[in-house]
Each structure stands twice: as C-alpha cells, then as structure tokens.
Design a protein around this ligand. Structure first.
Ligand code: ARG
Length: 307
C-alpha cells in the first residue's frame, strides 16, 4: 500500500505502475501583467534589475505567450485559456503558477489549495485567485499549519499519476508537505533545493511525461537525484548555464488527450534542452520572455493549469 505521506529517496518503496492515474488538467490560466514591475529583489535573478524593465515590451511578450497557448487549442491540447486581470500593488501577479495548487480528488471533485506566499506583496495576490476558483466551482482550502508554500512553483505532479514532487528550501517549508499529502490524499516526494538560482522547483524540473524528466542536477542534493531516478526511466541533466541563462527548465510541456501530440513552450536560445525535447518527440515552440526573466520567471511561472 502506498501511503499518503512525505517520502524521501530512502523510503520510496513503490514504483510508478503501482500509482493511481491522475487526469491532467486541460485549461490554462494567465494573469495580465498590467502592473508588472520590479520593485525589490525577491530572488537572485532580480538583482540589479530594479527600474530596468521595458513594460510595453513585457506586455507584448505576454500577449505572444498567450497566443502561443491559445494556438494549442486547435491542436486538441488545451481546451481553454482563461485570463484574470492584474491588480494594482501586486507587481508579481503575472506569475500565476504560485498562488495556488488545483487538484482533483479521487471522486473527481475540484479542489484548490491557496498558497502562503513568502513575500507580503505576493500575499496580496492570493485572494484574487481564490475568487477565480470560487467562480469556477472549486472547493478552496486554506492551509492551517504551513507558514510558507508557493503553489505549483514548488509542487509539481508526476504527469498522469497520483504522485507529487515538492521542492523546499526557499519559498516552501518541508513541513508544508505533511499537511498537503494529507489534504490531497497523495504521496509527495520532497526534494530539497540547494542552489538559490533554482528557488522554485519549476526552475529546475520539467516533466516530459510518465517516463522522463529533465532537471538541473546542481539544484538538488544526491538524495533528490536518487529519488528521481527511482521514479523515471529517463532523467536528462540540462547544463546549469542553460538552465540559468535561458530559464530552460521553466519550460512548459503540454500533452494532447492521447499523449500523442506533445508540445513544449520554452524561452528561446536553449539549444541543448531543445535537442532533448525533440528526441523525446516534442514540438518545440520558442518564445521570448526576457522582461519576465529579469524578475526570475519564464514560461512555466506565467500560467496555471486547472480543471
Ligand atoms: N519575481 C517573482 C518572485 O520572486 C518570480 C516568480 C516566478 N515564479 C515561478 N514559479 N518560478 O516571486
């Protein structure tokens, strides 16, 4: 029996075949960067970037990213792209991966965990997302025992399976995963993030489907790397420079209904990563997120998948 608890590499006593299937969400949510700005330094990528933002370029890049996601509707990949408005005083709200974690329980009821953001300006974003989910018919859940948890920035599913990977160390505390595994009724493999360049799991981990993953190995300790090798047949190591300079491991992979149609949206310039993606059968779609990278985020951060 697989328990709904937090696992580290040594105590993983199950394999992927034993896990229950998890339906993948087909809808994508974005937040318009109307008030996007760099006002302080929340992560190392933001250093020196205060006041160094081209806001109209940022809006243009965001619109192209939105159109890129919308194009996958025709390919039977996404079913919808929803947008919520940015709010004044919430300069990082465009990074829609962080405020929540949507989920389907075993009876296919929609639920969502609301994040406990580390920074006060980001805490103000969460109620806007909560209101969106309420309108969508979700049961919204507030964590009771967790001071810090940043949603799908740190908690990412094993594509198609009821298994989660939880990054911790910068924006999420490991204790969050005790509470989350109990609420979500799902095993969570905790992965310590040891390098400040990779302050969220979504900066150093990209699922390529049920069998494969790309990571930056410098972001993890040995126990984390061992855990990933236990769960995935193929673990690709992406060079650290490419993961930092091009945010290559903040790419977003999308899967068609039958898993035949695979698209990866990625910041342009990541050549090594592009080759891995093509070898794995992905159509690689490059975009430019340079203005958002100044704030420490790229493609994966700028959206949320929901049911
Ligand atoms: N400036 C934002 C922050 O530091 C960037 C968030 C990027 N999001 C992500 N999922 N990695 O909070």
């Amino acid at each position: 029996m697989i328990q709904n608890k937090v696992y580290s590499s040594q105590d993983i006593d199950f394999n992927i075949q034993k896990l229950q299937d998890l339906p993948m969400p087909g809808k994508l949510l974005m937040c318009e960067p109307t008030y996007f700005d760099i006002l302080d330094v929340k992560n190392v990528h933001m250093e020196g970037n205060k006041g160094n933002l081209d806001k109209s370029k940022a809006m243009y890049q965001w619109k192209i990213l939105k159109a890129t996601f919308q194009n996958t509707i025709k390919q039977d990949i996404l079913t919808e792209v929803a947008v919520i408005q940015g709010a004044e005083g919430c300069e990082d709200m465009v990074f829609a991966a962080n405020q929540s974690f949507p989920w389907l329980d075993a009876n296919a009821n929609k639920m969502v965990i609301m994040s406990k953001m580390r920074h006060p300006s980001r805490q103000r974003e969460v109620p806007f997302f909560k209101a969106f989910y309420e309108e969508m018919g979700y049961k919204t859940i507030e964590l009771q025992h967790t001071p810090m948890f940043e949603g799908m920035g740190d908690l990412i599913y094993h594509t198609g399976k009821r298994l989660l990977y939880g990054g911790y160390g910068h924006r999420t505390v490991i204790e969050a995963y005790d509470e989350l595994s109990a609420i979500l009724q799902c095993p969570i493999i905790a992965l310590e993030l040891v390098d400040p360049n990779f302050y969220h799991l979504d900066t150093c981990f990209v699922s390529l489907g049920t069998d494969a993953v790309m990571i930056c190995k410098e972001a993890f300790n040995q126990s984390g790397i061992d855990a990933l090798h236990k769960m995935y047949e193929r673990v690709y190591y992406i060079p650290k420079e490419e993961a930092i300079q091009h945010f290559a491991l903040n790419a977003h992979t999308l899967f068609g209904q039958n898993n035949d149609n695979k698209v990866c949206v990625i910041q342009k310039g990541a050549q090594y990563t592009g080759n891995v993606l093509r070898r794995e059968g992905f159509q690689v779609v490059e975009v430019d997120t340079s203005e958002f990278m100044k704030s420490g985020g790229s493609v994966f951060c700028m959206k949320m998948m929901f049911y």
